[in-house]
Design a protein around this ligand. Sequence first.
Ligand SMILES: *Cc1c(COP(=O)(O)O)cnc(C)c1O
Length: 644
Amino acid sequence: MLRAIMSSTPAWDIRDAINLYNIDRWGEGYFTVDSKGGVAVMPNQDHQRIPIADVIAEARDRGLGFPLVIRFQDLLRHRVKTINRAFAAAIEEAGYKNPYRGVFPIKVNQLREVVEEILDAGSAFHFGIEVGSKPELIAALGIHRDPDSLIICNGYKDSSFIQNALLGRKLGKMVIMVVEKIEELDHILRVSAEVGVEPWIGLRVRLRTKGAGKWATSGGENAKFGLSTADLVEASRRLHEAGLADSLKLVHFHVGSQVPDISTIKRAVREAARFYSKISKMGHQLGYLDVGGGLGVDYDGSRSTFDSSTNYSLQEYARDVVYNVMEVCDSEKVAHPTIVSESGRAIVAHHSVLVVEAFGSIEKAETRAPVPATVGAPKLVQDMEEICGEHSPLHRLENLHDAQQIKEQAATMFDLGLLEIQDRARIETMFWEIASRTVELCRGMRHVPEEVKEVETALADQYLCNFSVFQSLLDHWALGQLFPIMPLQRLNEQPERNATLVDITCDSDGKVSKFIDILDVKDTLPLHRIAPGERYHLGFFLMGAYQDIMGDLHNLFGRVTEVHVFLDEDEDEGWYVEEVLEGTSIGEVLAMTQWDTKELVRQVKSLVDAAIKGDRLKPNQAMRLLSNYEKGLKDYTYLSFPEK
Ligand SMILES: *Cc1c(COP(=O)(O)O)cnc(C)c1O
């Protein structure tokens, strides 16, 4: 791929950009490059397109700051319909005897507008909600309307959690409390008796099948949740004893998120269907089998069992779930259950794009003439000059090794006070020149030596990006998860630089230096050289799952501003911004960490007054500075670059 970038083929077109960034592979038909060289979104996978550049322009017109999250609400709706239709098609094809009733696990993206959109788009399919905590349940009870859709309650529960779930039952909602450990069953039975409501109960089974990938620990015998086989038998006994055998409605499992390999899903589903069948025969009117989450997203587009990918499609997943449940239940002569799934990631990942402004770059081998050597400079400098003057490819590796050694020596001599700063500068400038020449000379070799690859990575530029990895890209930092990242403009031009990305936190981990690749993981991303005065935007894609809510306030960079975009049904090319959610202001993040902003202003004002009295500040100057300070509290926490 690098070869393609550096080769001098002049005929670059958007097809090359599409291939370079693999957009057709991870984009699922939702993203493409338009004829102007920008990225366009196709929320319904059809002819209707929204150029991201236009949304950016609109956001700037409205005075919004960057970074900016753009939510494509129609795309979200399309995902909801796609998963429901995939199951409906699989059910139809297999002749399966009961429907699919999916639920959205609200923890994957709790933003009200997102949840509302999902429920609305899913209403024709009786799509419900899954919650895992009290706050999530409280939200769900308020927003849930369709009496034919489920509310599934996972996670450990206390009395108040149980009471609220029972309130839902009283209101005529199909609320199912999933028992995560055996003591919880007694608790549910006790509180239900007190409240006088018959609970609907599910059992989470602990499968032998373990997920693979980064979230594997949700399954297997050491999982934190779920009932062992002995617990299941005991739970059945206790339910019969309480006269509530018919309250048991559902069997649930969850092997973890982003399961890369379909064979894991098949094994887990078969194991769970067996439990379902056996428990049914223990005298319970079960009706639902809940296969949890885990349906993955192909972040790198490689269609493989790599952690950031999946080796299966959504349709294949639905077909395998339906087919395997059916086969096991048929063999056990048990009626087909209604199939529930709790896919979050696969529903919300695609709809949101993070737009980040790159505001500068640090280049190693800058095209800068070496400073002259000082009089009486050590021989080291001369040695480097000699290597630098040699252009023949014959000794390219030897020269690189020698240059590396001289650079090391120079640093040591400098530390000891034996080398002038000018001479060190001269040596380093020459070193980077030799390094980039070596990389060029090795290009096209079948096996590029390891040390050359290392220098090549070291030569990569660092693009300074106005965002925080810890707020917007937490799974990349914490788990090494990869997201597709690419420039949003100039895709009709060949990118000539290779770069890593650094954020504006003061944390050395605040960077992105691993990028998607079909075969492997790349250390650098091809980008264009930022022109003077240019606003160069990068798009971070498939960001809608988990990242929004898990971000933290490292360096007090707060929530990112969002715009919600809808297609305009009356116009073929039209779209509009339905809503703007302003990001956190400086005053707000300070308040979250216990700073009283009024008190801060008072304190600064008293310092300013003292400075005026002491004649260190003129009054009008002082008032300007003070009002700037006060205004600053209302500012966005990220950097703001004026129009150039
Ligand atoms: C997190 C979670 C999900 C969502 O998983 P995805 O892989 O995002 O679909 C579903 N069910 C349970 C119990 C979960 O904990």
